[in-house]
Design a protein around this ligand. Structure first.
Ligand SMILES: [Zn+2]
Length: 69
C-alpha cells in the first residue's frame, strides 16, 4: 500500500472524522485524535500512527520517501 500523500492527509483532516495515518505502512486509522502521535497501528503493529492534523503540522516530514520511485 502506498503511503498517504499530502492531499490524502488534507482531505482526512478536513473530514472531521478523526482519521490518522501510519507512516510506516500507510494504513489509514479511524478514531485517531487530530494531534495523535505514535499510536499503535492495527495493520503493522508499529507505534507510527499520527493524526491527520499532526502530520500536516509536520509538513510531511514523516512521509519523507514520497519522492522516491
Ligand atoms: Zn502501520
Amino acid at each position: 500500500m502506498a503511503k498517504p500523500t499530502i492531499d490524502d492527509i488534507i482531505h482526512a483532516a478536513e473530514s472531521r472524522e478523526e482519521l490518522g495515518f501510519c507512516v510506516a505502512c500507510g494504513a489509514m486509522a479511524k478514531d485517531v485524535e487530530p494531534d495523535a502521535r505514535e499510536y499503535p497501528c492495527d495493520r503493522c503493529g508499529r507505534p507510527t500512527v499520527y493524526g491527520a492534523e499532526e502530520l500536516l503540522l509536520c509538513g510531511g516530514d514523516l512521509l519523507d520517501d514520497e519522492h522516491e520511485a
